[in-house]
Design a protein. Structure first.
Length: 204
């Protein structure tokens, strides 16, 4: 039964939310649905959907400006900026400067109440600093990620352009719903495409 998902199952599948990697860590085993013949691990979409709801409830309770959204990967930067603008969070897209959460003398010093991570591997420094200052660390996690220092894991393809845009779109919509700023039957005034990074053109 899929009628209780946040979006249609086909939309999840088309975005590749469930597509993992050929590497599986022990801590990610509970989130893996199956392994394909080519050795690619497939994530459980229902668990992704459940965790989006849980994360959105957490984020909706916080002062928006104290939510730090981190992502170094190229395809994460546009979704992070759009998501942060909509919910009022603090975007930290691109290279994470060491000490951002721990060194008050830095100009970009930030005191978050929640750290939201796009990829624990690419954003490892931010994960460690979030753990050091003892705030909840929420992360998008793929089959090859470790869950060390992660307080809430959202299992998904955290590398794909379409997967990241749909994930952040869903989070933005759900946070507004949890805050009561958007009724469940109201249309969200943003499209998934508004969150999607543009492909870089390769010069000939």
């Amino acid at each position: 039964m899929t009628e209780d998902l946040l979006v249609a199952l086909d939309q999840y599948l088309a975005a590749g939310i469930h597509i993992g990697t050929q590497v599986k860590t022990v801590t990610m085993e509970p989130y893996i649905y199956r392994v394909r013949q080519d050795g690619l691990y497939v994530l459980d979409i229902r668990k992704f959907d459940e965790r989006i709801r849980v994360a959105s409830r957490m984020l909706a309770r916080e002062d928006p400006s104290s939510i730090a959204v981190v992502g170094a990967r190229q395809y994460a930067q546009k979704p992070i900026q759009t998501f942060s603008t909509i919910i009022g969070a603090t975007p930290l897209a691109g290279r994470f400067i060491p000490g951002t959460f721990t060194n008050p003398s830095l100009p970009q010093y930030t005191e978050p109440s929640i750290v939201f991570i796009t990829d624990p591997r690419a954003d490892a420094q931010a994960v460690r600093e979030g753990a050091k200052i003892r705030v909840p660390v929420v992360a998008l996690v793929d089959t090859d990620n470790s869950l060390q220092y992660i307080d809430l894991a959202i299992p998904c393809n955290n590398k794909g352009r379409k997967s990241l845009s749909l994930t952040y779109w869903l989070l933005a919509r759900q946070v507004l719903r949890e805050r009561g700023q958007l009724t469940p039957d109201a249309e969200f005034p943003f499209k998934v495409e508004d969150f999607e990074a543009t492909l870089r053109r390769v010069e000939a």
